[in-house]
Design a protein around this ligand. Structure first.
Ligand SMILES: [Zn+2]
Length: 246
């Protein structure tokens, strides 16, 4: 029996914070709705680690972790270009797949798994889940789970509700761990590579989860540019589960 999503995530956050940064005092709840409002109980923003005496610079730089996350795909063209770019760079990302976008793009989902990315659930349709009723949401999430499992042989463990729109009742009904974000790239709105890169670089800190969408060419180009620029600054890119648990 798995722990319920919210409790499980909280556990993961405490574990993550305790292991990586040696303090429980730095947990700040910073999950955000798409409109920028803060939501409690989602993800954390860890404090910058204090360098320890005698610690080598190399180890310190390895501790700078980020998760690139992509919602709403797969998209036949954009996701393919993104997967090619991530593979070239040896970077793993997290994909929150939209159930209704999967048919016809199964090969891309297979690639995601084979190439080491984390596949997660974004529901079957792009709706505000708190407006849908618990049963309808449970069905939508389950439908996407089954579609993904039929392709990869594995059910996702993580869910990102569209718009970050979620509540306690849905959390009780749904056994997946919800993942929100710290940095909203606003890529869907900006649709401009330079502006997206600038916006993310201005906000980003160690331990952040970056929200992007692999359905726009500008988002894909910006994501790969961010991977290069932030990689050069010593950031390592990991999947959401590695960021939360490891
Ligand atoms: Zn979405």
């Amino acid at each position: 029996m798995r722990m319920r999503g919210a409790k499980r995530l909280l556990f993961a956050l405490i574990l993550f914070d305790g292991l990586l940064f040696g303090t429980l005092g730095a947990v700040v709840q910073t999950g955000r709705f798409a409109d920028g409002a803060l939501q409690a109980g989602s993800v954390m923003k860890p404090a910058e680690p204090e360098p320890e005496e005698g610690q080598e610079q190399g180890i310190k730089s390895v501790q700078k972790l980020l998760a690139l996350t992509f919602d709403d795909g797969p998209s036949a063209e954009c996701t393919k270009v993104l997967l090619d770019g991530l593979k070239q760079r040896g970077i793993h990302a997290t994909f929150f797949l939209m159930g209704e976008n999967i048919p016809g793009k199964e090969a891309l989902v297979v690639r995601m798994k084979e190439e080491g990315h984390l596949i997660a659930n974004h529901g079957y349709r792009h709706v505000q889940m708190t407006h849908e009723g618990e049963e309808a949401v449970a069905e939508s999430v389950e439908k996407a789970q089954e579609m993904i499992e039929a392709i990869t042989g594995e059910e996702p463990e993580f869910l990102r509700p569209p718009y970050g729109d979620w509540n306690e009742k849905l959390a009780e009904r749904c056994d997946l761990t919800t993942v929100f974000w710290n940095v909203d790239s606003l890529d869907w709105k900006l649709r401009n590579v330079e502006k997206i890169v600038r916006r993310v670089k201005k906000q980003v800190r160690n331990g952040d989860i970056i929200l992007m969408h692999d359905i726009f060419p500008e988002s894909v180009e910006a994501a790969l540019e961010l991977a290069d620029q932030l990689g050069a600054e010593g950031y390592m890119f990991v999947t959401v589960d590695e960021l939360l648990i490891d």
